[in-house]
Write a protein that binds this ligand. Structure first.
Ligand code: NAI
Length: 338
C-alpha cells in the first residue's frame, strides 16, 4: 500500500474524535553521535522515556537509518534525524538537553587519553554548536577522555560567553553502575538496592569508589576493598579487552547515560532530591573540575555535595587521583588556548 493512500483511507474511516494533535508535552533532547555504538541504544532508551517529547538524532554518518528504525517504536516521542555538519544547527536549536557520545572509542592497549587529539576536536566543534544554537541547554558529555573533554567544553562556552558551570555535566554514571553491580555481587544482594558514590574523574586511578560510604551501610575486608577498587577502576578495560578490538563499553554505557539523562530531566521538571555523581566544575578540592555527588535541579547541577568522611585507603587514592586529574584538566585547557 502507498503510505499516503493508507493514511487517507484510514482517516476517512476514523471519526474525528479519535484524532489527537499528537506530541505529548515534555523535553526536547538531542543526541550527538547518535549512530554510534553508544548512540544507537541510547537513542532507543531515550525514545522510551516518557519525559522526552522530541528526540533529535545527529551524527556525521547513518542517522537516516537509525532515525527511520527508532521512529517506528510506538511511544509518543517524535524522532528526527540530522546528518552532517550542515544540519548540526538545526539538530540543536530549541533543545533542553544535549547528550554527547560522539567520538572514537578505545581499542585494546589504549588509554582514554590516547583518544585526546581526535575527540578534543570533535567535542570542540559540537560545543561551539551548542553555544550558537542552544546556549541554555544542559549538556551531558560522554566523549572520552571525559577528564579533559569537560574542561575543553567549558573553555568553548567561556569563549562564546555562554558558560554556566551548572549546565555542563561530565557523565561518570557508568562507574557508579559498575560499582553498584560489583559491590552487590560481593554482598550477595540486588544491585538496585546498592548505592556507591564514585568520585574524582573517569579514567584509571582517577575513578575513586568510596566504599566506606556505600548504602546500605556495610563493611568490607581489605582484600575486598582492593579487589573492588581495582575492578571498578578497570571496568572499562575489562570490556575493551573482551571486545578485542571491536570498541569499548556501549550497551552498559547507553544504560548509564539513559539513567543519568532521566535524572537530569526529572530534576528539570521540578522533582526534588535527585542526587547523582557527575564530573563538574567544583570547589570540593583545589582542582577546577571534580566528580562528586551533585544535587540536580531545574538549572542542572544546583549543589555540589562534599566528599564526606574518607578512610586512609580512600585518602591515599584521592591524592593519586588528583595528580592525574590535574594533568588531564591542564591538557584540556591548553588544547583550547593553543
Ligand atoms: P563509536 O565509534 O561506536 O561511535 C561514535 C559515533 O560518533 C560514530 O557514529 C561517529 O560517526 C560519531 N562522530 C564522529 N565524529 C562526529 C562528529 N564530529 N559529530 C557527530 N558525531 C560524530 O564509539 P562509541 O563506542 O559509541 O563511543 C563514543 C565515545 O564515548 C568514545 O569517545 C568513548 O570513549 C566514550 N565513552 C565514554 C564512556 C563514559 O563513561 N563517559 C564510556 C564508554 C565510552
Amino acid at each position: 500500500l502507498n503510505p499516503q493512500m493508507e493514511e487517507g483511507a484510514s482517516s476517512a474511516l476514523r471519526p474525528a474524535a479519535c484524532r489527537g494533535k499528537g506530541g505529548a508535552p515534555g523535553f526536547k533532547v538531542a543526541i550527538l553521535g547518535a549512530a554510534g555504538g553508544i548512540g544507537q541504544p541510547l537513542s532507543m532508551l531515550m525514545k522510551m522515556n516518557p519525559l522526552v517529547s522530541v528526540l533529535h538524532l545527529y551524527d556525521v554518518v547513518n542517522t537516516p537509518g537509525v532515525t527511520a528504525d527508532i521512529s517506528h517504536m510506538d511511544t509518543s516521542t517524535v524522532v528526527r534525524g540530522f546528518l552532517g555538519p550542515q544540519q548540526l544547527d538545526a539538530a540543536l536549536t530549541g533543545m533542553d538537553l544535549v547528550i554527547i557520545p560522539a567520538g572514537l572509542p578505545r581499542k585494546p592497549g589504549m588509554t582514554r587519553d590516547d583518544l585526546f587529539n581526535k575527540n578534543a576536536g570533535i567535542v570542540r566543534v559540537l560545543c561551539e554548536g551548542v553555544a550558537r544554537c542552544c546556549p541554555d541547554t544542559i549538556v551531558n558529555l560522554i566523549s572520552n577522555p571525559v577528564n579533559s573533554t569537560v574542561p575543553i567544553a567549558a573553555e568553548v562556552f567561556k569563549k562564546a560567553g555562554t558558560y554556566n558551570p551548572k549546565r555542563l555535566l561530565g557523565v561518570t554514571t557508568l562507574d557508579v553502575v559498575r560499582a553498584n553491580t560489583f559491590v552487590a555481587e560481593v554482598l550477595g544482594v540486588d544491585p538496585r538496592d546498592v548505592s556507591v558514590p564514585v568520585v574524582g574523574g573517569h579514567a584509571g586511578v582517577t575513578i575513586l569508589p568510596l566504599l566506606s560510604q556505600v548504602t546500605p551501610p556495610c563493611s568490607f575486608t581489605l582484600d575486598e576493598i582492593k579487589y573492588l577498587t581495582n575492578r571498578i577502576q578497570n571496568g572499562g578495560t575489562e570490556v575493551v579487552e573482551a571486545k578485542a578490538g571491536a570498541g569499548s563499553a556501549t550497551l552498559s554505557m547507553a544504560f548509564a547515560a539513559a539513567k543519568f539523562g532521566d535524572a537530569c530531566l526529572r530534576a528539570m521538571k521540578g522533582e526534588a532530591g535527585i542526587v547523582e555523581c557527575s564530573y563538574v566544575a567544583s570547589q570540593v578540592t583545589e582542582l577546577p573540575f571534580f566528580a562528586t555527588k551533585v544535587r540536580l535541579g531545574r538549572g542542572g547541577a544546583e549543589e555540589i555535595l562534599p566528599l564526606g568522611p574518607l578512610n586512609d585507603f580512600e585518602r591515599m587514592g584521592l591524592e593519586m587521583a588528583k595528580k592525574e586529574l590535574n594533568e588531564s584538566i591542564q591538557k584540556g585547557i591548553a588544547f583550547m588556548n593553543k
